[in-house]
Design a protein around this ligand. Structure first.
Ligand code: COA
Length: 173
């Protein structure tokens, strides 16, 4: 009998590519679940499909999806955080399908966005509203080199914890 190889199988590779119109249904599936939970984004909790997809495809921005074994498991957008003299700082928003969380997809999306932002000429990246109770996200972004540079007290009405803080997170590129 063959010995059982104890080495864990590496996860199937993740392919991150630009989103196309054909990805909209899956992006909407991910987005509406994230927003309905109401615990991570200061966005409408029950947007229309059109309104929700518009948030994922901001004007002048870039939207990507992550695929594993041909299935979309996450998505993110990248845009300038501000206009005019503030447009050298990028901003992103990431969402991973619930079943795919905790497997490094968010980390991979963030690292991809840092490379993409550098390639586009951005010099820093800023997240304006990371919910303080979203500990997995805060830890993931810190691992990707972000620091909490400020905290806005009670700026987010969490469905379970009530008014909680929002962190501004930043890193140079
Ligand atoms: C935040 C988010 C993008 C991270 O994606 P992810 O693929 O789960 O991230 P990673 O696998 O790289 O792990 C990040 C952290 O998630 C946490 N995590 C592990 N399993 C998890 C699970 N099943 N569900 C949620 N988070 C989990 C871990 O704490 C991990 O941090 P750790 O390694 O220090 O323990 C994802 O949870 C998500 O889409 N959440 C809802 C939307 C959101 O919060 N977006 C970010 C707004 S700032």
């Amino acid at each position: 009998m063959d010995a059982v190889d104890p080495t864990p199988m590496p996860p199937p590779p993740l392919v991150i590519r630009r989103a196309t119109a054909a990805d909209a249904d899956v992006q909407w599936d991910i987005l509406r679940v994230v927003l309905a939970a109401g615990d991570t984004y200061a966005w409408p909790t029950a947007p229309s499909r059109e309104q929700g997809l518009a948030l994922l495809h901001p004007p002048g921005g870039h939207t990507f999806v992550a695929e594993r074994e041909g299935r979309i498991v996450g998505t993110y957008f990248l845009k300038a955080n501000a206009m005019g003299p503030g447009d050298h700082v990028a901003n992103c928003g990431y969402m991973v399908a619930p079943a795919a969380r905790g497997q490094g997809v968010g980390d991979a999306l963030c690292r991809h966005s840092l490379d993409t932002a550098r390639g586009l000429g951005f010099r820093a990246m800023q997240f304006n509203a990371v919910v303080s109770t979203n500990r997995g996200a805060v830890r993931a972004w810190q691992r990707c080199g972000f620091q909490i540079v400020g905290t806005v007290p009670g700026a987010f009405r969490h469905p379970v914890h009530g008014d909680v803080d929002l962190h501004v997170m930043h890193r140079t590129l």
